[in-house]
Ligand binder design. Structure first.
Ligand code: FAD
Length: 345
């Protein structure tokens, strides 16, 4: 029956007028809310207000009631909280089943998921199960003034153009959104809202994959997406040792080290430090780009930083077009001077 129903939906679409509300998947790991969940609430709030509908956070986990309250304070009108031991750790089968059933029953118009490793796995599964479309890795979302559809924008063709995509006949309109791009929701200690705990019926048969072991990547320690100061290096460093110099400057500023893909591909530094389209999107207060030319794929990951300082020996380097302050010179002369100046502050 499901297959026939799905085929019908795929062919004709659905009665879209039945679908209302904006849902945000509130991703948590080990009982901690991910930043991207708060960013999605910020963006979801704007979209829900524009459409005049409710903003709902969908939380799956075990004994994370405190997070449900937090989501309300971050602006959700309502939290749907599915609690079960089998949902403590993410598994594709269990999460897909629970969310798909909720969506089928309650029919949200829009569903947003962070484009994390989990979101990139969950989003496609869900959209296939629900026979709807999914725009992956969006960097911008807007509501069309004329017909209220969700305009979903993402880089395409290697980041050389931005494609805006719509989901005309199917619902929900689903998007995974790149972490670090949207502004975080404001926290309001006094905000109240409804937390609804839902019953989950998961059997052993529902979960076909077993998590044997979890290994934390270095990324968690680097956390460039959370840093307020990033000193980034590119091919212009010329050698891996160049990052030691950048590290000294970053330490003086209480920041971390970032990198261009060229530096990562050269093996000078781990991918966890890469900023850009195929790395991490960052928006620190201060971004210092050293020996980075400013390719479009790099800019895609850092151009929303509060203040951009570029150090490059080529005065025509494209990075200077987005920089608030540009220093034309050899980074091996400029950076030590900056460190020295900070020593004397
Ligand atoms: P280069 O472009 O070689 O620039 C080096 C710069 O250093 C030059 O401007 C030079 O003038 C300057 N320089 C040299 N010596 C010195 C010195 N002593 N002092 C000061 N300046 C000096 N790139 C990313 O960064 N992140 C991504 O996520 C990413 N994703 C990509 C995805 C796709 C699909 C593709 C096709 C490409 C992607 N790229 C990405 C690669 C991107 O196109 C560029 O190749 C890369 O960003 C270049 O890195 P760079 O600026 O360090 O090197």
């Amino acid at each position: 029956v499901d297959a026939i129903e799905k085929e019908e939906v795929e062919k004709k679409g659905v009665d879209i007028s039945q679908y209302k509300g904006v849902w945000v998947f509130a991703e948590q790991r080990e009982g901690e809310l991910l930043n991207v969940a708060v960013e999605l609430l910020g963006e979801g709030r704007k979209i829900a207000d524009k459409l005049g509908v409710e903003l709902t956070a969908v939380l799956l986990g075990n004994k994370v009631d405190n997070l449900a309250e937090e989501l309300i304070k971050y602006g959700a009108d309502k939290v749907i909280y599915a609690e079960d031991e089998k949902l403590e750790v993410y598994t594709t089968d269990a999460y897909t089943k629970v969310i798909a059933e909720l969506v089928k029953e309650r029919k949200p118009e829009i569903m947003l998921i962070g484009a994390t490793t989990i979101g990139r796995d969950l989003g496609p599964r869900l959209s296939a199960r629900l026979a709807t479309g999914l725009t992956a890795d969006c960097t911008k979302l807007e509501i069309d003034d004329e017909d209220g559809k969700l305009l979903q924008t993402r880089p395409a063709f290697g980041g050389n153009l931005m494609a805006t995509i719509i989901c005309p006949n199917h619902r929900p309109q689903m998007a995974t959104v790149r972490p670090g791009v949207m502004e975080k929701a404001h926290y309001d200690e006094n905000k109240t809202g409804e937390v609804e705990k839902v019953e989950v019926s998961l059997t052993e048969d529902d979960i076909k994959a077993v998590v044997v072991e979890r290994v934390k990547s270095e990324k968690a320690e680097v956390a460039i997406e959370d840093a307020s100061v990033i000193v980034a290096g590119g091919r212009g460093l010329g050698k891996p040792e160049g990052f030691e110099l950048l590290h000294k400057l970053a330490q003086k500023l209480d920041g971390v080290v970032g990198a261009s893909r060229a530096a990562v591909d050269a093996g000078w530094i781990d991918h966890a430090h890469q900023v850009g389209q195929t790395g991490t999107t960052v928006r620190p207060k201060l971004y210092i780009a050293c020996g980075i030319s400013g390719a479009i794929q790099h800019l895609a990951g850092m151009q929303d930083s509060g203040c951009i300082v570029a150090i490059n020996k080529n005065p025509d380097a494209p990075i200077f077009k987005v920089a608030d302050y540009g220093i034309v010179g050899d980074l091996y002369e400029v950076v030590p001077q900056l460190i020295e100046a900070l020593d004397n502050v």
